[in-house]
Ligand binder design. Structure first.
Ligand code: ITT
Length: 193
């Protein structure tokens, strides 16, 4: 069964391929290079639905989209839906995480708590729509470390861990991440596909 993955983020593509291969190897995940809709939702769920609806309409296939980000408690949940552009319009991951480190420069543990959130929308062309969420709680490190993953991974330390996700292998991240948690929540809804 084919399913289209509505993302232009190569890191998400790689992670979804690995997560789907280990849980639903019968699903064939197809990339999406059609028009990119304007993501003007104010929640992860709205943006995930905008992306999945556009891909389902364009391809005629069931479509998955992930809208995700990091939510820092002391910042009231920011960067949240603005995670990709936190330091400006260019999607500059290093500038984004450096700005976040600066914003938390005066905050010590236990005040550095944060969570990664992944919201996945599934849109089936006949009209069925589902939204699920995966949350990965942790805290922000005081400096970046590691070259694994992408985005804020080099400054995020999951609960009960002492290394940033930047220092984890892809397999370790995919077994524990917000994205894999969201995908697990989606599994029963994929059963009919
Ligand atoms: P698409 O919209 O094409 O899927 P995007 O990167 O623009 O790609 P989002 O709008 O969902 O996707 O922004 C997600 C941002 O949140 C991403 O650019 C990172 O800054 C951050 N993020 C999400 N998941 C992450 C992860 O697993 N590790 C590190 N940072 C992550």
């Amino acid at each position: 069964r084919q399913i289209v993955l509505a993302t232009h983020n190569a890191h998400k593509v790689e992670e979804f391929h690995a997560i789907v291969a280990s849980t639903r190897p019968d699903l064939e995940v197809i990339g999406y290079d059609g028009p990119e809709p304007v993501e003007d939702g104010v929640t992860f769920a709205e943006n995930a639905l905008i992306k999945a609806r556009a891909a389902a309409a364009h391809t005629g296939l069931p479509a998955l989209a992930d809208d995700s980000g990091i939510c820092v408690d002391v910042l009231g949940g920011s960067p949240g839906v603005f995670s990709a552009y936190w330091a400006g319009h260019a999607k500059d991951a290093v500038a984004n995480l450096n700005l976040l480190l600066d914003q938390l420069a005066d905050i010590r543990d236990p005040g550095r708590t944060a969570q990664f959130v992944s919201t996945i929308a599934l849109v089936v062309p006949d009209g069925d729509e589902h939204v699920v969420e995966g949350i990965w709680p942790g805290r922000l490190a005081t400096e970046a470390s590691g070259v694994g993953g992408f985005g804020y991974d080099p400054i995020f330390i999951p609960d009960e861990q002492d290394r940033t996700v930047g220092e984890w292998s892809a397999e370790e991240k995919n077994a524990a991440s917000h994205r894999s948690r969201a995908f697990r929540a989606l599994t029963p809804l994929l059963a009919g596909l």
